[in-house]
Design a protein around this ligand. Structure first.
Ligand code: EZ4
Ligand code: CO
Length: 416
């Protein structure tokens, strides 16, 4: 079974996505996700110019060899563009293999280790009343765990807050803020936001105090600091949130300096999650071996696919570290479906992020996975269980969009 056709599909149903479609000589079709929010066309060009021509005629069943060929063979390896591209190829080949077997993909990964994947949704509000409403809405939809993000006094807009205050931040101006609060805006240049770490560190514990008082001790709560703190600031935040028993505190420091997490760990028992921008197993080496984190955030889409992420999870399991796969709406339904198949199979599943794609996104990406009682589950359809609707996609042309950038109060660039 040879690879006969490789197509790079760029579309924008609500937001931009890069999808790889591989077709074999006997007509089996596989899909992969290579979406890199704000840098989509780099991954698309990498695939079109440097990967697709190498795939034609290869044995579609040789997933591991193809992975090694693209990773080792590039010489200039690693990095988000390369690894998202390899991820798309890898996922599409797993989709094909499972379709040929006539089995849902998770069966090829060892079968089910659980009945469903516990997920968390994104509750947020500029102020506490809006936040409480948002948490109630999530609970009404069946969510059993929520991430909590709020506005910060004195700052006009803050990452992760879906509120009227941030409503203009949507990917599609005027669309439902329920889905578009990942603020990649369709601008020629990124919007600039302002950040004040001291205000944040003062405010965050008061928010979690209020949420625990309102919702009680049971509800798992998560929080994302989005790479904005120094090690000692992160340690202080972890410590100040300990009374509120977080499920995890995410991305407290920028990803590059792994030693930073040791400093944080020395000071707090708040569980730590990191890795949504990590690309390879090597990014985790020190964090695993020194047991500096509790949850792995890499998605299938950005860490080299199912083959590579499975390897990362197996390595994590040695240290009792669990999965916590990134599931924003800029990972496409193809990437999410891959995460669901992997998550249902691995022994050390932790939790899955689930923001929910908009109905417009699902016009193009026809999915079969299910969400009920706060759990995601794969269908029994062969392969990933996702179809790409070309006709629907033709109505949604790519339009450049960027995530914001952050500046401190004095105008210095900061991490967003
Ligand atoms: O900002 O996926 O935990 N989730 C996140 C995301 C990221 C976006 C960037 O494209 O941090 O919301
Ligand atoms: Co995050």
């Amino acid at each position: 079974m040879r690879i006969a056709n490789v197509e790079v599909l760029v579309s924008s149903p609500g937001r931009n996505f890069v999808t790889l479609r591989i077709t074999t000589d006997d007509g089996v079709v596989g899909l992969g996700d290579a979406t890199l929010n704000g840098r989509e066309l780099a991954a698309a060009a990498y695939l079109t110019e440097h990967v697709a021509p190498l795939l034609i005629g290869r044995d579609a069943h040789q997933i591991e060899d193809t992975w090694q060929y693209l990773y080792r063979g590039a010489y200039w390896r690693r990095g988000p563009v390369t690894m998202a591209s390899i991820a798309a190829v890898d996922t599409a080949l797993w989709d094909i293999k499972a379709k040929v077997a006539g089995l849902p993909l998770y069966q090829l990964l060892g079968g089910k280790s659980r009945s469903g994947l516990l997920v968390y949704g994104h509750a947020s509000g500029a102020e506490l009343p809006e936040l409480f409403d948002s948490i109630h809405e999530h609970l009404d939809e069946g969510y059993r765990a929520v991430r909590v993000q709020t506005g910060i006094p004195g700052l006009p807009s803050v990452y992760g807050v879906a509120s009227s205050r941030n409503a203009s931040a949507g990917a599609d101006a005027g669309s439902d803020t329920r889905y578009d609060y990942e603020p990649a805006r369709r601008n020629a240049i990124p919007v600039e936001e302002t950040w004040d770490t001291r205000a944040y560190l003062r405010h965050a514990p008061t928010v979690f105090d209020a949420v625990r008082n309102e919702f009680g001790p049971e509800l798992p709560l998560l929080h994302d600091a989005h790479h904005r703190l120094t090690p000692i600031q992160a340690a202080k935040l972890g410590k100040s949130l300990e009374p509120y028993d977080l499920f995890w505190l995410e991305d407290v420091t920028p990803a590059e300096n792994q030693d930073a997490l040791r400093r944080v760990r020395e000071h707090t028992t708040t569980p730590l999650a990191i890795g949504e921008v990590f690309n390879t197993i090597w990014d985790y080496k020190q964090l695993f071996e020194e047991q500096l984190i509790d949850y792995v955030r890499s998605p299938v889409t950005h860490a080299g696919g199912i083959t590579a992420l499975r390897r990362i999870f197996d390595y994590a399991a040695v240290y009792q570290i669990k999965s916590g796969v990134h599931g924003p709406t800029d990972v496409s339904p193809v990437g999410l479906a891959a995460a669901i198949h992997l998550g249902i199979a691995i022994p050390n599943f932790g939790i899955q992020e689930y923001m929910q794609h908009s109905p417009v996104t699902h016009e193009v990406f026809e999915t079969t996975y299910t969400f009920s009682d706060g759990m995601l589950a794969p269908s029994e359809a062969p392969g990933l269980g996702v179809d790409y609707n070309d006709e629907a996609a033709s109505a949604f042309a790519y339009a450049g969009a960027y995530l914001p950038v952050n500046r401190l109060l004095d105008g210095s660039m900061h991490d967003w």
